[in-house]
Unconditional design. Structure first.
Length: 132
């Protein structure tokens, strides 16, 4: 990927930020970092990363991403726990998307969620979330 800004909104390039998590050269240090990297995985179409970072107890067997959905922005609204020394954490976020072909956008969409994360064998995983 070119040195474009990371979809998660960190201000870093994709290669400096979520790209390192997606290619396995780094692991998320916090629940928020994992959530941001998962948003970026949706944005770049990396279903394998999403499955790999999902709690085995709640992970679906397969995951198909809709290529017509374009993720356009992320807002982190709140968080608790999920730090370097925590075993659990939550992140509340709002993600913006557009669906439809590039020639004509059908609709805008906002997904808001209160997500739960936990450490599994030292690594952060997404457990589940409640839509808001």
């Amino acid at each position: 990927m070119s040195p474009e800004r990371c979809p998660c909104g960190s201000g870093l390039t994709y290669a400096e930020d979520c790209g390192r998590l997606h290619d396995g050269t780094a692991a998320a240090a916090t629940a928020e970092q994992l959530m941001r990297s998962r948003y970026s995985a949706f944005a770049v179409g990396d279903a394998a990363y999403l499955l790999a970072t999902w709690d085995p107890a709640t992970r679906p067997r397969t995951l198909e991403l809709d290529p017509a959905v374009r993720w356009t922005g992320l807002e982190v609204l709140a968080g608790s726990g999920g730090g370097l020394f925590d075993t659990e954490g939550t992140v509340t976020f709002r993600a913006h998307a557009r669906s439809g072909g590039e020639e004509h956008v059908r609709s805008g969409h906002t997904h808001q969620e209160h997500s739960r994360f936990r450490r599994d064998d030292g690594r952060w995983v997404y457990v589940d979330g409640d839509p808001l």
